[in-house]
Design a protein around this ligand. Structure first.
Ligand code: NCD
Ligand code: ZN
Length: 345
């Protein structure tokens, strides 16, 4: 008997689509399964104004496959020069669904990010009033802090003080990678949630470094020790409404990943749902998959759940392409390292 699993159509609450040839190549990989996605604004140059977000949204819609109803949920990239009035208008018109905070220098294309949070106080206060979520890349950037400690240090020294000084600010801790992140999100009350990526449920730091360096497993925040991966698995599969899927699918051309100074990012859009079904099944939690992929995110973002459904069926291992061709280079699809038995019908 075939096993099937029907879910409300899922959303991706953290996605990098890029632009140009890359956008055209990777967008169908997300639009095939996901109804909506929160679109990261770290283009070069970044999406900082309402006008930038409108133009980017139009480029995404123009790149969609014929007939696709995929809805890009736009965000603005917070800078020390963000105009609170522009942001307010963008939120009130429904154009943007969140604002992204990158500490300057934390990750790919983040040099225009925020150095001094006092300079964005007026924006944060407007956001608290609007109920507009702030999506935070939660890593400190000081050279003296070890890369594996940067998330935990950020929570204590930046995130917690920020939330105390801006009551009512709604925050998404993006792509958490540690047990400290899980614990902080759990204790945070109704204005706090956390996204978890597919790849951080699958790999720990050994996968990146043991037996030769694996550039396609390198992303930021970098995968941590096994105990942290297990804490993320427990959080994601618990059904707890504070945790939901943000794939952080972050394509880079192979030539830039397989490089002496390789870019950070795992590209998981293509096989994410198959991987998640396998992971939840391994943990005896298939019944909690829908909460993680399709229910908890809309609840936090105060958006309706999707009307449609998708059905996964279990059978012989599914063969996914190992690479996606963009016409300007190839992008490697994340390899979970185990067979995937669940396919999206
Ligand atoms: C992202 C990218 O490539 O834009 N990279 C990554 O490793 N996740 C940026 C980010 O989300 O940190
Ligand atoms: Zn990201």
């Amino acid at each position: 008997m075939t096993q099937t699993l029907t879910l409300r159509r899922p959303d991706d609450w953290h996605l990098h689509l890029r632009d140009g040839a890359m956008l055209k190549a990777v967008l169908p990989e997300s639009a095939r399964h996901f109804a909506r996605a929160i679109i990261m604004p770290n283009l070069v140059p970044p999406v900082v104004t309402a006008a930038d977000a409108t133009a980017y949204r139009d480029r995404i819609l123009a790149a969609l496959p014929e007939g696709s109803a995929f809805e890009p949920l736009m965000t603005l990239y917070l800078t020390e020069h963000t105009d609170p009035a522009d942001l307010r208008a963008a939120a009130e018109s429904g154009l943007i669904k969140a604002v992204k905070l990158y500490p300057a220098g934390a990750t790919t294309n983040s040099h225009g990010g925020v150095r001094d949070l006092d300079k964005v106080r007026a924006v944060l206060e407007a956001m608290a009033e609007l109920g507009l979520p702030l999506c935070i890349h939660g890593e400190v950037t000081m050279p003296e802090v070890d890369i594996f400690d940067r998330e935990a240090v950020f929570i204590d020294t930046v995130l917690d003080p920020l939330r105390r000084t801006t009551p009512g600010l709604r925050v998404v801790m993006e792509h958490i990678t540690t047990s400290e992140g899980v614990a902080y999100a759990r204790a945070g009350g109704p204005d706090l949630a956390a996204t978890i990526t597919t790849h951080h449920l699958v790999i720990n730091r050994n996968h990146i470094l043991v037996g030769g360096i694996k550039p396609h497993y390198y992303c930021l925040p970098v995968a941590k020790r096994e105990q942290h991966r297990l804490a993320l698995r427990e959080a994601a599969t618990s059904g707890d409404a504070r945790f939901f899927l943000g794939t952080d699918s972050a394509p880079h051309m192979d030539a830039l990943k397989e490089h002496a100074c390789g870019c950070a990012g795992c590209f998981t859009a293509t096989n994410t749902l198959s991987i998640l079904a396998e992971v939840f099944e391994q943990d005896g939690a298939l019944g909690k998959l829908e909460a993680f992929t399709s229910l908890n995110g809309p609840a936090f973002y105060r958006l309706p759940v999707n009307e449609g459904t998708i059905t996964l069926t279990k059978g012989d291992p599914v063969a996914y392409p190992s690479k996606i061709d963009t016409g300007e280079g190839q992008v490697t699809v994340f390899d979970p390292g185990f067979p995937l038995h669940w396919r999206v019908a």
